[in-house]
Design a protein around this ligand. Structure first.
Ligand code: PLP
Length: 355
């Protein structure tokens, strides 16, 4: 029997719980104040347009919908970016963030044999599975410092420096999951210096563009900084969170190459990997009140959809077993799953669990 998934397994357990007080803070997904799934108005509008136009159900090309690929690359880099103008980006529509990461992992396994990927400690739970399944060796770089509840910048830099030349460095473009802690612009400069010095290849996971600052452009500045330095890089994109399109599986893998010719060849190889894997992608036309005195200011400082509460595994289990509040065992809660009405209940559960 395979163990339940650390994130989606939480939703399965939540569905099976019959207690009326139950609250699911495990999965990162928008909820209404009534805690029902929330569909954005812009999505409803687009769906209506699609129905009116009578869109067909033809297969997409292996690389996906051309108009989507153009739009997604432009959203990431900015339409005027030289990498777009010079046609140096190979963009292939993937099966959302996960599928796009998996496609890139297969590409790395095939064309960079023996290269390792460095991932942050901690990171989104599925990264390790993705690289394990693609048989790409990985190790971790220091990221989170529990003493300061902040970034272990020195540790991060020295681990990236110590990695064998030509390693892939997996970076969260913005709104780091699960910590909600991002490098500052000055720190990004330093990170890109070290990556460039060591001939490493940056590999961005952009699952929260727009979530960190509210600006799509500002949230892409980390990626754009690396592209502006003339580096070759990988960027996986997901529209699950910023458009609330969890079920549609909309995303892309972008590879910035040194020339238009290299980009065309990289794209052809990505398609070659995608075809036997899944053929073609899906159609995309488309403050807790506190009675305990504990300092909760980190919730406001951390950005993105999640809060890394600092609850350990036992405390997280108490939250679920006693209070019917579902969260991942690393203490991460999705604030999008909370309603105003449930805040006080959650605060009581957390205070009880801390003791
Ligand atoms: N990357 C990160 C950091 C994530 O948090 C997630 C989802 O939670 C994903 C990628 C992939 O999500 P999806 O496959 O739904 O696009």
């Amino acid at each position: 029997m395979a163990p339940p998934d650390p994130i989606l397994g939480v939703s399965e357990a939540f569905r099976a719980d019959t207690d009326v007080k139950k609250l699911n803070l495990g999965v990162g997904a928008y909820r209404t104040e009534e805690l029902q799934p929330y569909v954005l108005d812009v999505v409803k509008k687009a769906e209506n347009l699609m129905l009116e136009r009578g869109e067909n159900k033809e297969y997409l090309a292996i690389e996906g919908l051309a108009a989507f690929n153009k739009a997604t690359a432009e959203l990431l880099f900015g339409a005027d970016n030289p990498v777009i103008k010079q046609q140096r980006v190979a963009t292939v529509q993937g099966l959302s963030g996960t599928g796009s990461l998996r496609l890139a992992a297969a590409f790395i396994e095939r064309y960079f044999p023996g290269a390792q990927v460095l991932i942050s400690s901690p990171t989104w739970g599925n990264h390790k599975n993705i690289f394990n399944d693609a048989r790409v060796p990985w190790s971790e770089y220091r990221y989170y410092d529990p003493k300061t509840v902040g970034l272990d910048f020195e540790g991060m830099i020295s681990d990236i420096k110590a990695a064998p030349e030509g390693s892939f460095i997996l970076l969260h473009g913005c709104a780091h999951n699960p910590t909600g802690i991002d490098p500052t612009p000055e720190q990004w400069e330093k990170i890109s210096d070290v990556i460039q010095e060591k001939n490493h290849i940056p590999f961005f996971d952009v699952a929260y563009q727009g979530f960190a600052s509210g600006s799509l452009d500002a949230d892409a500045s980390s990626v754009r900084l690396f592209a502006a330095r003339g580096m070759e890089l990988f960027i996986a994109q997901s529209y699950s969170k910023n458009l609330g399109l969890y079920a549609e599986r909309i995303g892309a893998i972008n590879v910035v190459c040194s020339s238009a010719d290299a980009a065309a060849r990289v794209k052809s190889q990505l398609k070659r990997i995608a075809r036997p894997m899944y053929s073609n992608p899906s159609c995309s036309r488309l403050s807790a009140k506190d009675k305990s005195g504990k300092d909760w200011s980190f919730i406001l400082k951390q950005i993105g959809m999640f809060s890394f509460t600092g609850l350990n595994k036992t405390q997280s289990e108490n939250m679920t077993n006693k209070w019917h509040v579902y969260l991942t065992k690393d203490g991460r809660i999705s604030l999008a799953g909370l309603s105003l009405a449930k805040c006080e209940y959650l605060a009581d559960a957390i205070i009880d669990s801390y003791h």
